[in-house]
Design a protein around this ligand. Structure first.
Ligand code: PA5
Ligand code: NI
Length: 185
């Protein structure tokens, strides 16, 4: 029998996911500028990093039952007071639920059902959020520090962004001098 070192650490409270097999991507403002109410040429060249996603999974991604472990890191960036947000998505397989959990910072988890009804849960350090497989989900950084949100979801979930592009979340989130406002589109 042997005892081996873990391959990945989810360092808490630092909230860093690291290891050789951890995948990583960055979303720049120019990639996601279409999400915001205020659109302008100046957003095109911006090297501003809005959010980064790290994920780790083992085994065949197409095999039911396998899981991803992930971390989303969202910078405190505002586009004319509108809060930094992820693209938001439904899962392609609506049977696949997901867990989110707050590690650092303050935010909102927007949830929306297939009829377009939306509600939100507050994210903060230690908050745990069960996302039913049939709900669209989007993370918002409402604070002035980096927001870190951990996640665990089935590898077969898939990400359906198209449905959100076709029918957006009905409210935008703004921070007006510290006051969080949900504004209907
Ligand atoms: O799988 C998830 O729900 C997360 O890892 C998200 O993909 C991540 O938060 C980024 O959000 P989105 O994929 O909506 O841009
Ligand atoms: Ni998801």
């Amino acid at each position: 029998m042997k005892i081996i070192d873990p391959k990945v650490y989810h360092k808490m409270p630092e909230g860093i996911l690291e290891g050789d097999e951890v995948k990583h991507y960055k979303k720049y403002l120019k990639d996601v500028k279409n999400l915001y109410k205020y659109e302008d040429e100046e957003l095109n060249d911006s090297g501003t990093i809005m959010y980064e996603v790290h994920s780790y999974g083992k085994g065949d991604e197409d095999k039911k039952g396998n899981l991803f472990w992930g971390l989303t890191v969202m910078n405190p960036v505002y586009i004319k007071d509108e809060c930094n947000m992820t693209r938001g998505h439904f899962h392609e397989d609506l049977n696949c639920a997901e867990f989110y959990f707050g590690l650092q910072g303050e935010g909102l988890l927007l949830l929306m059902n297939k009829d377009g009804e939306m509600w939100a849960e507050k994210i903060s350090k230690g908050s745990l959020h069960h996302i039913d497989g049939e709900l669209a989900h989007r993370i918002i950084n409402t604070g002035n520090e980096v927001l870190k949100v951990g996640a665990c979801w089935p590898t077969v979930s898939g990400h359906d962004y198209k449905s959100i592009e076709d029918k957006e979340f009905p409210y935008r989130v703004f921070n007006n001098n510290g006051e969080i406002q949900l504004v209907a589109r």
